[in-house]
Design a protein around this ligand. Structure first.
Ligand code: ATP
Length: 287
């Protein structure tokens, strides 16, 4: 059996009376892309901060690469890369100076900085001060920083939140490249399309608890409804949308009626999205 990269056992964290993380358990296999999907305040960041040894759980334990993070914090931290939404870069230094500084702090030698900068799409701006970077450029530099020491697990907290499409895509491609190299990726996001596209498995987190955990495909099979969506010609030639829920006893009759009673202009099937399923399970929206 492959060893797990991350094991969380009944993690609990409170801020005063508020239980932010309420008994969370899960396992992430080595090489997996695992996403935590949930609305603002669900407890995603607090969970990550316990996993990476920033906060000590009030209850429960977390193991990374087989080691207890509260006992072997430094050993584990040397093997993980962390990219949090809040940037903490040196603004008065250039992009490449930032990377060189952190490489020294991490004890990284013999790194091809130019190749790394190229990978995150900052080649033309590497020698400019970070203070002049856009949010997306800073985030790409943060991702480069998290990769400096070739981590075995990468934690990315909302890595594409609020970014321009080019930067967001650059970061998604890096996640997939790291995955190809066998790196385990733990992603938190409230972008369900991103989670769907990138993740091997997703955990839905709501009010500090995991309410569902599976592959995007299985979640859709279990909770989602498939639909047939058609555009039909209505009054005064206007196109109107009609939907027929699939896999129901009366689906064939409804489809026949659709064609009998209307001029069908376009027709396609639509799977449930992770957002639909999240709403179905929790009664709440992700955003
Ligand atoms: P977001 O997507 O907004 O980052 P999240 O899912 O990461 O949300 P957390 O940041 O872990 O959620 O927050 C979980 C709960 O704990 C929220 O109710 C939040 O307001 C609260 N919380 C987080 N940090 C603190 C803190 N330092 N002090 C007090 N309460 C906090």
């Amino acid at each position: 059996m492959p060893e797990n990269a991350i094991v969380a056992e009944n993690l609990v964290y409170r801020y005063g009376d508020l239980v932010a993380v309420d008994g969370i358990s899960f396992e992430v296999a080595k090489g997996e892309i695992f996403s935590f999907l949930g609305p603002n305040g669900a407890g995603k960041t607090t969970t990550v901060s316990m996993l990476i040894g920033q906060r000590r759980p009030h209850k429960g334990r977390a193991f990374l690469l087989g080691k207890d993070i509260t006992r072997e914090t430094a050993t584990i931290q040397a093997q993980i890369g962390v990219c949090f939404e809040v940037t903490n870069l040196y603004e008065e230094m250039t992009g490449v100076e930032n990377l060189k500084l952190f490489a020294r702090l991490f004890g990284v030698k013999d790194l091809d900085f130019n190749a790394l900068i190229e990978r995150v799409g900052l080649a033309g701006r590497a020698r400019d001060k970070v203070s002049g970077y856009s949010k997306g450029m800073k985030q790409r530099l943060m991702v480069a920083r998290s990769l400096l020491h070739q981590p075995r697990i990468l934690f990315l907290d909302e890595p594409t939140e609020g970014l321009d499409p080019v930067s967001a895509e650059a970061i998604r491609n890096i996640i997939l490249e790291e995955h190809e190299r066998g790196v385990t990726v733990f992603l938190t996001t409230h972008d369900m399309q991103e989670a769907d596209r990138l993740s091997d498995r997703v955990a839905f987190i709501d009010r500090g608890e995991i309410v569902a955990l599976d592959t995007p495909h299985n979640l859709k099979q279990e909770y989602g409804q498939r639909m047939v969506v058609a555009e039909v010609r209505g009054a005064e030639d206007r196109l109107e949308q009609r939907e027929v829920v699939m896999d129901q006893p009366d689906t064939p009759d409804e489809l026949q009626a659709l064609f009998r009673e209307h001029e069908v202009v376009t027709i396609h099937s639509r799977e449930a999205t992770l957002e639909d399923i999240f709403i179905e399970i929790t009664g709440r929206e992700l955003a």
